[in-house]
Design a protein around this ligand. Structure first.
Ligand SMILES: [Zn+2]
Length: 153
């Protein structure tokens, strides 16, 4: 390829320099299987691009919205917001994670006001392994902290 690599498109072999903190925690506290799964998700996260979804002028916080037309995720963004708000959480940032190789592969991920996240792929909730979309966000959003609590026992 002659095209130059964008700065956000890191090669998988840089995983150790991109996620030193999470890797240190994982190495110390989780089993090999979980560690390997997380590492794989970290590698896959490098093939995505993250954008902040701006709050529409009519809203002062993320609540129910109904202007979503395309859905490639496991749940829709409406269901995502419904789950979050139904559990008494608030959305701090809503992000759109797009795969850099396939145009239609986008995910919505909400960063909650308590530092946790909810992704529309539902991998974290179902498998207890943070998904590649989360690791993509973790690699680009400053101030976001990795919690071991993201991993379900
Ligand atoms: Zn996800």
């Amino acid at each position: 390829m002659s095209k130059s690599t964008p700065s956000h498109c890191q090669h998988p072999h840089n995983i150790e320099t991109i996620f030193p903190g999470p890797l240190r925690l994982l190495q110390k506290y989780v089993g090999l299987f979980t560690f390997q799964n997380c590492f794989k998700e970290m590698e896959n996260s490098m093939f995505y691009h993250t954008e902040l979804i701006h709050l529409p002028d009519s809203l002062n916080s993320w609540k129910m919205i109904n202007n979503f037309t395309k859905n490639t995720a496991y749940i829709s963004i409406q269901q995502l917001l419904q789950k979050i708000i139904g559990q008494g959480h608030q959305v701090q940032h809503l992000l759109k994670i797009s795969h850099m190789g396939t145009v239609h592969m986008t995910h919505s991920l909400a960063i909650l006001n308590n530092g946790f996240y909810f992704c529309d792929c539902c991998m974290g909730v179902n498998l207890g392994i943070p998904c590649q979309h989360y690791f993509q966000v973790l690699s680009v959003v400053k101030g976001l902290r990795f919690h071991l609590a993201h991993i379900l026992p």
